[in-house]
Design a protein around this ligand. Structure first.
Ligand SMILES: Nc1ncnc2c1ncn2[C@@H]1O[C@H](COP(=O)(O)OP(=O)(O)O)[C@@H](O)[C@H]1O
Ligand SMILES: CC(=O)N[C@@H](CCC(=O)OP(=O)(O)O)C(=O)O
Length: 300
């Protein structure tokens, strides 16, 4: 039998892609990566398949992926059908008892199980849970203050059943991951009062990344990353720069909890947080396994 010793250039390029990824695979094996999949990023079924393949590939090369998902637009659509209008304060949905029920139904029911199925379709084994399962995320009520322009008087805004993680029991996640499975987490927690709390998915992902001592936190969204006032991508930010962007109004809406999360995560020991464009196919693989980064990197 003869063998052709001049390989097809396309095959050679594929082999080179794999060898370029090798040092990254070696560096990251055994580390935990928390990936937040935003509601805006999950609209397109083809992109969803790419996302699931990326997660399964991470697991296959020895990284420990943990998925936290959002679903803000999907909660909004369901509330609209029910004739309920939402108010947002600093990117957080004001949540009364009825809204909390709808948020839990959409997040823990529909979206969570859909992501579990996508990962299953890509050959992985995912377990879908919310912070209520095993009581692993205890939530505390969030309050916000606003200040009227030109005044020093602070107004306390009651956001209802909006929570933030106060305590995370990582043993639930370790049990799933150590069994070779991938945890997929809906951002719902339980309060000491036994109530269901709606947690912003970015906030949930950051708290979980800190609790697990994750090496990386990825936030997949529907923009290229953090943009400056001229619409140019900011590739590198530290907490002081982020404070400046908040103070001068460059960031607003959903970008506020996203960047607050990145700061909390890196100050809590996560090596780096990356805001990535979930509309780019295989954005995560490009960021993790190639020399070329993508999106906005937040570091200490
Ligand atoms: N400076 C900024 N750079 C990029 N996006 C910004 C900025 N300020 C506000 N945003 C808004 O933040 C949004 C991302 O947050 P969000 O809608 O909560 O996404 P997700 O559902 O993925 O969590 C962007 O689509 C954009 O509208
Ligand atoms: C308190 C709060 O705002 N909770 C969010 C939870 C979902 C979420 O964060 O979804 P995205 O990541 O897709 O925006 C909400 O009700 O929309």
């Amino acid at each position: 039998m003869t063998r052709n010793h001049a390989p097809d250039p396309a095959l050679l390029a594929k082999a080179e892609t794999l060898t370029e990824a090798l040092p990254y695979m070696q560096r990251y094996a055994g580390q935990t990566f928390v990936v937040k999949y935003g509601g805006h990023a999950m609209g397109d079924p083809e992109l969803a398949r790419d996302f699931a393949e990326d997660i399964v590939l991470l697991k296959a090369v020895g990284i420990n992926p943990v998925v936290v998902h959002g679903g803000g637009p999907q909660i909004g659509a369901m509330l609209k059908k029910l004739g309920v209008e939402s108010q947002f304060v600093d990117g957080l949905r004001v949540t009364d008892a009825e809204t909390a029920k709808v948020a839990e139904m959409v997040l823990s029911g529909a979206i969570n199980k859909e992501i579990v199925s996508w990962i299953g379709g890509a050959g992985g084994r995912a377990v879908g849970i919310s912070g209520k399962d095993g009581g692993f995320v205890r939530a505390e009520k969030v309050t916000r203050t606003t200040r009227d322009p030109g005044s020093n008087i602070e107004n306390v805004v009651d956001l209802g059943f909006v929570g933030e993680p106060a305590a995370i029991d990582r043993s639930v996640l370790d049990t799933i991951s150590n069994a070779g499975m991938i945890p997929v987490i809906a951002p719902i927690g339980v309060g000491a009062d036994g109530h269901t709390y709606n947690i912003n998915a970015d906030t949930m992902a950051g708290a979980i990344a800190a609790a697990l001592g994750a090496a990386r936190l990825f936030l997949l969204t529907d923009v290229a990353g953090v943009l400056d006032k001229q619409g140019q991508l900011l590739t590198d930010l530290d907490p002081a720069a982020i404070q400046g962007l908040r103070a001068d109004g460059t960031i607003s809406g959903g970008m506020i909890p996203k960047l607050e999360t990145c700061v909390t995560a890196v100050e809590g020991g996560v090596d780096a947080a990356v805001i990535l464009d979930g509309r780019v196919p295989h954005a995560m693989l490009i960021e993790i396994f190639t020399k070329q980064g993508a999106g906005t990197l937040v570091h200490r």
